[in-house]
Ligand binder design. Structure first.
Ligand code: GLV
Ligand code: GLV
Length: 333
């Protein structure tokens, strides 16, 4: 019989049809996140689960999912999954790298430019009827072209942002746990220490995946090192930044502005001081949000789920140690 899978939220048509061809699908055509109780109810006899990254999966959920074999995340980030718990229980986890790289880089660059040229402020200014005529000092911004960009986290998305920055003749510095000789040769990006990057960049963009070593990677000390006219951009996860330190840096004018796709708490609290700041551009975690890319992500997630349930190793397996042969290969490889 076909494996039972639980899909608690709306996914694009084609991915759903693919799943229905291979599995018995409990599908909820809903946009809202499920409560833990609803999730647990749906997991009683499910062997597969396909979710968006806002859905946290911890031991307290997994202990009610006795038959679960695969959790397919429709996202590149997987900080919502307790991987050690998954592995302990023999559950495979998968993500969707690659297909959202360019789309997310587009968003990073758009909010960088929006902050630099005060686009959101200018839009509000015109639409609210405040425009009374051209003025020499109206809405002066900051050059993007020819300036220095610092990329923290040179993965796929970091490289895609660097390719865009090249078109703007930017000097590109990067910091990453490992050096990227191919990116250095191919894109002319320059590896620096974190501190040097912070001291020299006009724009600092964070693109590291969230994990124990990147939690609050950017805090008080880091904002102190940045230029006073620097703009800080975060398109990774809110928790890579100490948000209170960011707020203080902005309030005290120690940096010039910020552009944020992600927040420590999502949705962001209505009284968060960031929402009162004109020099902060905010967007609601829409890095990968295009119709085409969301379809590709869901299709990739569906293929990962079906592969895992049919005894294959999914191409985007994130905890290979769950498979004894794969982990012994890793040990000797
Ligand atoms: C979304 O934030 C993702 O990780 O794909
Ligand atoms: C995402 O695909 C990344 O590795 O940056």
């Amino acid at each position: 019989s076909r494996p039972k899978v639980f899909v608690p939220n709306q996914i694009p048509e084609q991915a759903l049809r693919y799943l229905q061809e291979h599995c018995e699908v409990d599908y909820r055509d809903a946009e809202e996140k499920l409560s833990d109780a609803e999730l647990i109810a749906g997991l009683q006899d499910a062997e597969g689960l396909m979710i968006y990254s806002r859905q946290k999966i911890e031991a307290s959920i997994l202990e009610h999912a006795p038959r679960l074999k695969v959790i397919s995340n429709i996202a590149v980030g997987y900080d919502n999954l307790d991987l050690a718990e998954l592995t302990k229980r023999g559950i495979m986890g998968t993500n969707t790298p690659g297909v959202l790289t360019e789309t997310t880089a587009d968003l990073a660059f758009s909010i960088l430019m929006a902050a630099a040229r005060r686009i959101a402020e200018a839009d509000h200014f015109v639409k609210s009827g405040q425009w009374e005529g051209w003025k020499p000092s109206l809405l002066l911004g900051k050059n993007v072209y020819g300036s220095t960009l610092g990329i923290i986290g040179m993965g796929r998305i970091g490289e895609a942002v660097a390719r865009r920055a090249k078109g703007f003749d930017m000097n590109i510095l990067y910091y990453n746990r490992s050096r990227k000789p191919d990116a250095e040769a191919g894109l002319g990006v320059i590896y620096t220490s974190m501190d040097e990057l912070l001291q020299k960049s006009d724009y600092v963009v964070v693109l590291v995946p969230l994990g124990p070593s990147s939690t609050r990677l950017i805090g008080e000390r880091e904002f102190h090192l940045m230029k006073r006219d620097a703009i800080f951009i975060n398109v990774s996860r809110g928790a890579t930044v100490d948000e209170q330190a960011l707020i203080r840096a902005l309030q005290e004018g120690r940096i010039a502005g910020a552009a944020l796709d992600v927040f420590e708490k999502e949705p962001v609290d209505k009284n968060n001081p960031l929402l009162q700041m004109r020099n902060v551009v905010t967007v609601p975690h829409i890095g990968s949000a295009t119709l085409e890319t969301r379809s590709k992500m869901a299709e990739k997630a569906a293929r990962n789920l079906v592969a895992g349930l049919s005894g294959q190793i999914p191409v985007d397996l994130i905890n290979p140690e769950v498979i004894p042969s794969a982990s012994s290969q890793k040990k000797w490889g």
